[in-house]
Design a protein around this ligand. Structure first.
Ligand SMILES: Cc1cc2nc3c(=O)[nH]c(=O)nc-3n(C[C@H](O)[C@H](O)[C@H](O)COP(=O)(O)OP(=O)(O)OC[C@H]3O[C@@H](n4cnc5c(N)ncnc54)[C@H](O)[C@@H]3O)c2cc1C
Length: 405
C-alpha cells in the first residue's frame, strides 16, 4: 500500500490529510504530531480563547473522531526525530516509518530570548494552547505586564491583557509598532490605537535583564535605556523561527525555512513542505517567501497534498493575514514590507479606523489592508494580481467600486 507521511500536526498538516482523502487517496496516511492535542488553529490563542470568549473545542481543525473516520493514523505526542530521504523513512521514539511521499509541516517555534533571568517563572511565550492558558492565568487580577515586541503576537497579547484589566508596557527596538510588518505609516495607526487604550510603548529599546524575586518569579524588566519596568508577567513576542532542524540534518536545502519550488517540492525527491516552515518560490512575487499566516497554512497544506498526488500545482496565492485588536478588525492582502513600496494611500480616513490602506510601488498595488471594512479582499487581491499601474484618484475614491478601479 502507498504510504504518505506528514510531519507536523498543525493546520497545514491537518489540511493536507483532509485534502488527500477529499482527492480520493486510498493509501495509508500517517500524521505525526509532537503536541499532545490533535491539530488546532492558533489565531484564537491570542484572541477569543485568550480573552475567554471562545472555548477550547472551537480551536480544533477537526472533531476528535474525524481522524479515525477518515483512516488518518494520527500519532499525537510523537515527534519525528530524523528523516532519511534516501531510505524514504522517518524515525520517532516508536520506531522507523517508511514513506512513499513525505510532507514537512513542522511550523515554527517562538524565538527565545537569551538575557539574564530568561528562565524565571512568569517569562512567557505564546504558541501553544497551554501557553495561552498560562497567559490568561497571568493576566488575572490586573497584573503589570511587560510585552517584548510590537509585532502581531505582541500587540494582540497586549490588547488581551488590557481587556483583562492589566497595565501593559510594550518594549520594541524598532521605531514604531508593526514596523517590519506594515511600515511606519500603518504601524503608527496600530500604535495610536493601543496608546488610546492605555498601553505604554518604549520604542527603540530592548530588554537587557529580567530581575526576579526570591521565589524565582519575574518582578521587573531592565531595558537598554536603563528603565526598570515592574512586571508580574512578561510576554516574549519577538518572532518565530521555522522548525528546520530535521530538514537540515537530512541534507535538504534550508534557507529561512525549507526551500521549495512553486509546487511545494523540496530539494529531496518525494519530500514536500508547507505552512510556516516552507520558504517557497512565489510566481506572482517572483521570489521565495516564507509566510507565517493562517491562510498560508490552510491553502499551502491543501496545495502540497495535491502536489503529493502528482497533480500539477502552482502555489501562487496572494499572502493574506487578519487580526483583531479591541474593536478593530482587519484583513491584509500582500506583503507591505518596508523597502517594497514607495507610497501609501487611503480610501477613507485612517483616524476613523474604518478605511482601506493601499501600498503602491511604481503605481502598482503591492498590498491592501481593509480595517473595519469588509468584503473587499477579493477585489484587493485582483488588483495586486493584475500588476496594473493604477489611477490613485479612482483607487482612493469610495464612490468607485474597487472592482472598477
Ligand atoms: C498566538 C498566535 C496567533 C496567530 N494569529 C494569527 C492570525 O490572527 N492570523 C493569521 O493569519 N495567522 C495567525 N497566526 C499564525 C498561524 O497560526 C500560523 O501561520 C499557523 O499556525 C502555521 O501553521 P503550520 O501548520 O504551518 O505550523 P504550526 O501551527 O506551527 O504547526 C506545526 C506543528 O508541528 C509540530 N511539530 C514540529 N516538529 C515536529 C516533529 N519533529 N514531529 C512532529 N511534530 C512536529 C509542532 O509542534 C506543531 O504542533 C498566529 C500564530 C500564533 C502562534
Amino acid at each position: 500500500m502507498t504510504t504518505f507521511v506528514i510531519v507536523g500536526g498543525g493546520l497545514a498538516g491537518a489540511k493536507a490529510a483532509e485534502t488527500l482523502r477529499a482527492e480520493n487517496f486510498d493509501g495509508e496516511i500517517v500524521l505525526f504530531a509532537e503536541e499532545p492535542d490533535r491539530p488546532y488553529e492558533r489565531p484564537p490563542l491570542s484572541k477569543g480563547y485568550l480573552l475567554g470568549k471562545a472555548d477550547r473545542d472551537s480551536a480544533f481543525v477537526h472533531p476528535a473522531d474525524w481522524y479515525g473516520e477518515h483512516d488518518v493514523d494520527l500519532r499525537t505526542g510523537t515527534a519525528v526525530t530524523a528523516i532519511d530521504p534516501a531510505a524514504h523513512t522517518v524515525t520517532s521514539a516508536a520506531g522507523t516509518q517508511s514513506y512513499d511521499k513525505l510532507l514537512l509541516a513542522m511550523g515554527a517555534a517562538p524565538r527565545r530570548i537569551g538575557i539574564p533571568g530568561a528562565d524565571l517563572d512568569g517569562v512567557l511565550y505564546l504558541r501553544r494552547l497551554g501557553d495561552s492558558d498560562r497567559l490568561r492565568e497571568a493576566f488575572r487580577g490586573g497584573a503589570r505586564v511587560v510585552v517584548l515586541g510590537a509585532g502581531w503576537i505582541g500587540l494582540e497579547t497586549a490588547a488581551a491583557a488590557v481587556l483583562a484589566g492589566c497595565h501593559v508596557t510594550v518594549v520594541e527596538p524598532q521605531p514604531g509598532a508593526l514596523h517590519a510588518q506594515l511600515g511606519p505609516e500603518l504601524g503608527a495607526v496600530f500604535g495610536a490605537l493601543h496608546a488610546a487604550h492605555g498601553v505604554e510603548f518604549r520604542f527603540g529599546e530592548t530588554a537587557t535583564e529580567f530581575h526576579g524575586d526570591a521565589a524565582g518569579h519575574v518582578g521587573s524588566v531592565l531595558t537598554s535605556a536603563g528603565a526598570l519596568l515592574p512586571a508580574a508577567a512578561v510576554v516574549v513576542g519577538i518572532g518565530a523561527v521555522p522548525s528546520t532542524a530535521l530538514a537540515s540534518a537530512a541534507g535538504l536545502e534550508v534557507d529561512n525555512g525549507v526551500v521549495t519550488d512553486a509546487a511545494l517540492r523540496t530539494s529531496a525527491p518525494d519530500v514536500f513542505a508547507a505552512g510556516d516552515v516552507a520558504n517557497s518560490y512565489h510566481p506572482l512575487l517572483r521570489r521565495r517567501v516564507r509566510v507565517e499566516h493562517w491562510a498560508n497554512a490552510l491553502n499551502g497544506g491543501r496545495a502540497a497534498a495535491r502536489s503529493m498526488l502528482g497533480q500539477e500545482v502552482e502555489y501562487n496565492r496572494v499572502p493574506y493575514f487578519y487580526s483583531d485588536q479591541y474593536d478593530l478588525g482587519m484583513e491584509c492582502s500582500g506583503l507591505p514590507e518596508p523597502g517594497r513600496y514607495d507610497r501609501v494611500t487611503y480610501r477613507g480616513d485612517p483616524s476613523t479606523l474604518e478605511f482601506i490602506a493601499f501600498w503602491l510601488s511604481g503605481g502598482r498595488l503591492v498590498a491592501g489592508m481593509n480595517v473595519n471594512v469588509w468584503d473587499v479582499t477579493d477585489d484587493i487581491q485582483s488588483l495586486i494580481r493584475s500588476g496594473r499601474e493604477l489611477d490613485t484618484t479612482r483607487l482612493t475614491d469610495p464612490a468607485i467600486p474597487l472592482a472598477e478601479v
